[in-house]
Design a protein around this ligand. Structure first.
Ligand SMILES: [Ca+2]
Ligand SMILES: [Ca+2]
Length: 186
């Protein structure tokens, strides 16, 4: 009976040790519960974003804080460019504005999803509802869309990447991210 008691005590101590070590590991990564949840919410997406950011804006040392901000800015720029490109492809008269008539002419030639997107973007861009999406209107919409699609929440999630800088040199390597994410999943 005493032996069983000792075994139970040993197991309990081992469990406590594992819990303490686990929380130490988390502290070492500097992750709050919220940041941990951000990563674990969609690990595949996080890892993909990390791999793209590191390959796009990183260098052999990896990614630092400034590079992450550049990556966030580039994601938003890409979204802005996408909106402008979709709208300007309908500027058949080459006057720098997109009229409802131009949209109506081009729309039937597009795939259903591209057609829907063009009509939606044109409607959203034409803030004063005069039937014409002007340059300022298109730029304003592209900025709003970029911030909607790459919002502050996504930016915060991307900034979590920096906390995976295990050796503390200010640079994060993809291997560090991979190891940290695998550790979080346990
Ligand atoms: Ca035009
Ligand atoms: Ca307008």
């Amino acid at each position: 009976m005493a032996q069983v008691g000792r075994m139970a005590l040993t197991l309990a101590l081992a469990f406590v040790l594992v819990v303490i070590l686990g929380s130490r590991l988390l502290q070492a990564q500097g992750l709050s519960a919220d940041q941990r949840d951000r990563v674990l919410k969609d690990r595949a997406e996080f890892l993909e974003a990390a791999a793209i950011a590191i390959n796009w804006f990183g260098d052999p040392r990896g990614l630092n804080a400034a590079a992450i901000e550049d990556y966030i800015a580039a994601e938003r720029a890409e979204r802005r460019a996408g909106v402008i490109k979709a709208l300007m492809a309908a500027d058949l008269s080459a006057d720098g504005t997109v009229s409802a008539a131009e949209v109506a002419r081009l729309a039937p030639t597009l795939t259903p999803s591209a057609r829907g997107r063009l009509i939606a973007l044109h409607t959203l861009a034409d803030a004063d509802a005069d039937g014409i999406a002007g340059p300022d209107e298109m730029i304003r919409l592209s900025q709003a869309e970029a911030l909607r699609l790459v919002d502050d929440d996504r930016a915060e999630t991307l900034r979590v990447l920096l906390l995976f800088d295990v050796d503390g040199d200010g640079w994060v390597l993809l291997d560090e991210v991979r190891t940290a994410i695998a550790g979080l999943a346990v």
